[in-house]
Design a protein around this ligand. Structure first.
Ligand code: SAM
Length: 270
C-alpha cells in the first residue's frame, strides 16, 4: 500500500500538505473561520505525527499507517477538537456512549481553562445519549479524566438522557464551538439502539443552528451494518447540501473499502 521509499518525514509532509490543500481557503478568502480549519488540519496532522512517533518510532510511513489504521479517523477528529476549542467554549457530544470522546473533550476544555487567566474561561460540555447506561459510563469516564484538574479548570458538565434529533433549549443558537458525533451503536451494548439516518440528519440540521462562526461539527460514520450504510449516505448528502458560502466541509475517508468508517468535518465560516 505504501511506497517502499516513503520515510516518516516524507509521509508526514505529504499528509499534512494534502490535508492543508483540502482545507485551505481560496487565495482571496482570508476569513478567520477558513483559517481555523486550515489550522485544524495542521493540528490533526501534528497530533497524528505525535501518536505515530510514540507508537511506531522506526516505522517507514508511520504517520500514514497511523491514519489508515482502525483508529485513524478518531485520531484526526481529536486533532480537530484540540485545535477548535478555546477557553470557555461549549462542546456537545451528541452520542456520548461509553464516554471516551466526552472524556477527551472535557480534558481539552480543562487544559484550555488552565492555560487562561480568567475564571470565565471554564468551558461547558453537554453530553447526550438515549441510554441510561451510556450516561453512567460517561460519568465514570469523566470523573477519571478530570481527576487531576482543579475546580477552576473543570468544565461544567451536563449529562442528558436526550435524543439528539433536537438539542436542549439551554443551548442557545450560535453559542456552541463544537458538536461531535460518533455514530452507530455501543460495541458491547444493545445493537438495536443505533443512531439512524433520519434522526442523525435532523440532528445535524439542528447542530448547524447551534454553532458559532468558526464552530465545527465532526461526525464519524460507520457504514458497516445496514442502518449504518443508510445513515452514512444520508450524512454525506446532508453535509454536501450545506450552503457553500457559510460552510466548508472536509471528508476524510482513509480506506477505499466502503464499509470502513470515515470522518466528516464541517466548519461554519460566517
Ligand atoms: C458508537 S456509540 C458512541 C461512542 C462514544 N462517543 C464513546 O466515546 O464511547 C453511539 C451511541 O449513540 C447513542 N445513540 C443512538 N441513537 C441516539 C440518539 N437518537 N440520540 C443520542 N444518542 C443516540 C447510542 O446509545 C450509543 O451509545
Amino acid at each position: 500500500m505504501l511506497a517502499p521509499d516513503l520515510s516518516p518525514s516524507d509521509g508526514a509532509r505529504r499528509l499534512a500538505a494534502e490535508l492543508l490543500q483540502r482545507a485551505a481557503p481560496p487565495p482571496t478568502d482570508r476569513s478567520a473561520g477558513a483559517q481555523l480549519l486550515t489550522n485544524a488540519a495542521a493540528a490533526a496532522a501534528a497530533s497524528a505525527t505525535r501518536v505515530t512517533q510514540a507508537a511506531q518510532p522506526a516505522s517507514p510511513g508511520g504517520l500514514v499507517a497511523s491514519l489508515l489504521s482502525a483508529r485513524g479517523c478518531l485520531t484526526l477528529a481529536r486533532g480537530v477538537w484540540s485545535d477548535a476549542l478555546r477557553p470557555g467554549d461549549i462542546a456537545v457530544d451528541a452520542t456520548c456512549g461509553n464516554g471516551n470522546d466526552a472524556a477527551e473533550l472535557a480534558t481539552i476544555l480543562a487544559r484550555r481553562a488552565s492555560e487562561a487567566p480568567a475564571s470565565s474561561a471554564v468551558g461547558r460540555l453537554v453530553a447526550l445519549d438515549i441510554q441510561p447506561a451510556a450516561l453512567d459510563a460517561t460519568r465514570a469516564r469523566l470523573d477519571d479524566a478530570l481527576r487531576d484538574f482543579g475546580a477552576a479548570e473543570r468544565p461544567h458538565v451536563e449529562l442528558l438522557l436526550h435524543d439528539h434529533a433536537s438539542f436542549p433549549p439551554s443551548l442557545a443558537p450560535g453559542s456552541v464551538r463544537l458538536v461531535v458525533y460518533n455514530l452507530g451503536y455501543l460495541p458491547h451494548g444493545d445493537h438495536s439502539r443505533t443512531t439512524t439516518a433520519e434522526g442523525t440528519v435532523r440532528s445535524l440540521q439542528a447542530a448547524t443552528e447551534l454553532l458559532c462562526v468558526g464552530g465545527m461539527i465532526t461526525a464519524v460514520s460507520y457504514p458497516a451494518h445496514p442502518e449504518g450504510v443508510r445513515e452514512a449516505a444520508a450524512v454525506h448528502d446532508a453535509f454536501a447540501r450545506l450552503d457553500k458560502h457559510r460552510w466548508r466541509v472536509l471528508v476524510c475517508r482513509p480506506s477505499q473499502n466502503e464499509r470502513e468508517k470515515f470522518l466528516t468535518v464541517a466548519l461554519r465560516r460566517c
